[in-house]
Design a protein around this ligand. Sequence first.
Ligand code: VG1
Ligand code: CO
Length: 558
Amino acid sequence: MNSDLSVKTLTLSNPYKIKKMGTSGLRQKQEVYNQPLFLEQFVQGAASYFSEITERENIAENNKTILLGGDPRMSNKKRIDTIARILIGNGFRVMIAKKGLASTPAMSNGICKLKVAGGIILTASHNPYTDVGIKINNADGSPALEEAANRMHDLQNSVSEVKIADQSALNNGKYTEYVDIIKLYTELLDKIFDFNEMKSDLKKFNLKGAFDPMFGAGGPFAEAVFIDALGMDTRMIRSEPREDLGGRDEKGEPLHPEPDFDYIKELIQLNGSGGYDIVSAWDSDVDRRLNGGSGFFVESADEFTLFAKYSDLINIETLFENTIYFCRSTVTADTIDKMENFLKSKFSRREVKIVETPTGFKWIAELGNWGVEESNGVGNPYIREKDGIFASVFLLKILLKTGKTVKELVEDIWKEFGRVYFTRGEISGSDDTEKEQLARILNNAAEFEGKRFKTLTLESAGSWDYIHPVTGKTASKGAAWVLKFSSGNTIKARFSGTGSSGYTLRVYCSKYDTRYDIPKSHITQPMKEAFDEFLRAGGFNRKSEKYIDANQPDIYKR
Ligand code: VG1
Ligand code: CO
């Protein structure tokens, strides 16, 4: 051992039972992560995992270095120091984002640019500040998949000792380096979008933006991009990173830093004023976005079709050697599917495949990262993560290049390909038997085939497995329940994998129509009612609620 490094060994007399990572990392209440030596045990397991894979072979130029950063939530900075000391104690060097602050996409980019063996991202993303989360990313910047999660889980649950370096290692350049992750990220976006060109277009057309980083990590990134680099006329709200991510609402409930209509009241108002050509909100680790402009909000799947249509602007064809995978998670509206022929002729020099993946961006990242999730995540095809600010800059670029409004752009798509009306709701609870009951009803849904629920008839029911498009193997079984009702009304459901307590059943409703200007609730309401009635028939008497279209401004409302 180096003489300038002092490493202590902590013995765990009562190791914790650590859960396996879910949809995206491991999220637990602050109280859980704050238990004595809990974080230490988790990180020792992760360090052993990184040791294993870096000892087997060189996976990166800086094979023994790990990048650390995260959102501003309570105590994360202190946690980053602890994580750094444990990694150093296990023979690694660490690079840490300045102030510990980084977005998930910027971490993904940083891992690649700095050529390190992986990254640990301290974020519970859209969960409130009362939760803590850790995401683990691979040497190519992508989130850890099942195999890694399983191995890490085994290692974390067999930890008996933690090796931790002394605090002084954090001030020793041999072991710790502080890196400007924001600069690396803005350089990437500049390469993709050409900031100089955008800046002069912005001067010409004088577009205005309103942006809401929701007190997460996004503020400094958005300022660096929209104000410093693009010189845009910008209104920023909730832009300073805060430990409490905005704290609690009037009812005392912690606010969710999640770009959903429920949590962006002020931005909805600003957009409603009509004074902004582009508006965006991002979640606390800035990998999700909700975009709009001139009074209109664009939904995730619709915006992705826009990106696919205008993808020449960012040269995506050159990123894919043989096949371009246009991915959407299976629960996301199948809008992109309607464009299959268009995309095949547009990219005739490549094979085009439209792929349905399970929930969790890791599945999309694995295939090359041009994809979308219903929860407002969309890929940055240059890195292997979803990326909120990338999506906003791309939309801005399209606005500048076409001279159209967001609404005009989206309506063009709907007129050509039709519209998939979509909403997502949920049923939450804390009772395990209730959760089991819901699972039982959904597992046995086929028994109700042919039955009428309110205005809709259940035509078929089953569960969806992910068949990997490259290996042809079943890579994820039962990733969602699928209920097909009459007239193309489709409901999918699955249990959330990001909660820190209880259960949440997510309910996704969608229906395709060639007309685009029907008030949304006319289409979604019958599906919500049919689903509630279906649950009642199975003996479950609560309704699904919190549908995202409840607070969504619908400009076609009559
Ligand atoms: C949710 C979203 C999913 C997203 C995941 C992580 O997962 O539905 O689409 O990938 O959060 O996003 P779940 O299992 O709760 O439905 V992030 O930005 O919060 O890391
Ligand atoms: Co997130």
